[in-house]
Design a protein around this ligand. Structure first.
Ligand code: NDP
Length: 275
């Protein structure tokens, strides 16, 4: 049997790094720390080496389709696919950032939604039978959903929504934000929140697709919230350490063989949340 392998995006720091740390201890196989910046990635690998852990490294910038494809080809070639994929990489503008909202919307939705979508597009067929896919979203997606107007809420909750329709909605948010009209068009005033609505709904769409197209492969795909975690993104006041933030993503990454659920869910504190 070939060596099992896990890939974690954006794992040179923060929750991603903590997910790699936990998986190095708990996963039987190769654990890949990935980063868009090779030197930041290699430094993170060295930091884990000093803890006696031995992650592998591959460059992976989710905003760069060539980088995604190069990584996908590598895992296909070397491992015949991927056993566990954790889509953790994301960005958030700081509250105090004065970048115009339309630009914040475009940049945030591009990385958090469209680049995560590119990851899923390129890696989905690589996920091996029994594989696990974890998309790190946020409870903020639930809050943002509840702040959308009823029509948008209905569309984001519609179990028949297609990936294309979801992409169109994300693009509509960007366009409305650029015109300064997002609030009157029924969107919440949070680019990060809308991007994470996209991640949660995209996860549900991909899970349904897996169930339909690969019903016997036993792959489980979920979105999750790590909680409010002390990282560069969330700041020092958050209650959870990165290792504590890694608990729910790692739980989903290591759902035992033969498990049937959760699948296509949004999970927080190891518990399925209402969408
Ligand atoms: P950090 O900002 O600490 O880390 C984000 C990581 O993502 C970094 O490694 C960063 O790399 C990487 N990244 C950003 N853009 C890209 C890209 N284009 N390609 C590859 N990697 C990229 O954030 P957190 O650890 O706090 O966040 C991890 C995840 O958890 C995110 O999805 C976030 O939205 C989510 N989350 C976090 C919460 C919190 O309280 N912290 C709460 C809810 C959800 P680089 O160092 O190069 O910038």
């Amino acid at each position: 049997m070939s060596t099992r392998v896990v890939v974690v995006t954006g794992s040179n720091k923060g929750i991603g790094l903590a997910i790699v740390r936990a998986l190095c201890k708990q996963f039987e196989g190769d654990v890949f720390l990935t980063a868009r910046d090779v030197s930041r990635g290699e430094e993170a690998v060295q930091a884990l080496n000093t803890e006696g852990l031995k992650p592998m490294f591959h460059q992976l910038d989710i905003d760069d389709l060539n980088s995604i494809k190069t990584a996908a080809d590598f895992f296909k070639e070397k491992y015949g696919g991927v056993d566990v994929l954790v889509n953790n990489a994301a960005i958030a503008f700081k509250m105090a950032d004065t970048t115009p909202f339309g630009i914040q919307a475009e940049v945030t939705v591009k990385t958090n939604f469209f680049s995560t979508r590119n990851m899923l597009t390129c890696f989905s067929e690589l996920i091996k039978p029994g594989g696990r896919v974890v998309n790190v979203s946020s409870m903020v997606s639930v809050r943002a959903l509840n702040q959308c107007n009823p029509d948008l809420q209905q569309q984001f909750r519609n179990e028949n929504i297609t990936e294309e329709e979801l992409g169109d909605l994300m693009q509509r948010f960007i366009d409305d934000a650029k015109k300064g009209e997002h609030k009157q068009c029924g969107w919440p005033d949070t680019a990060y929140g809308v991007s994470k609505i996209g991640v949660t709904v995209l996860s549900m769409i991909h899970a349904r697709r897996l169930s339909k197209e690969r019903p016997n492969d036993g792959i489980l795909l979920n979105a999750c919230c790590p909680g409010w975690v002390r990282t560069d993104m969330a700041g020092p006041k958050a209650p959870k350490s990165p290792d504590e933030g890694a608990i729910t993503p790692v739980y989903l990454a290591l759902l035992p063989p033969g498990a049937k659920e959760p699948h296509g869910q949004f999970v927080s504190e190891k518990t399925v949340q209402k969408w």
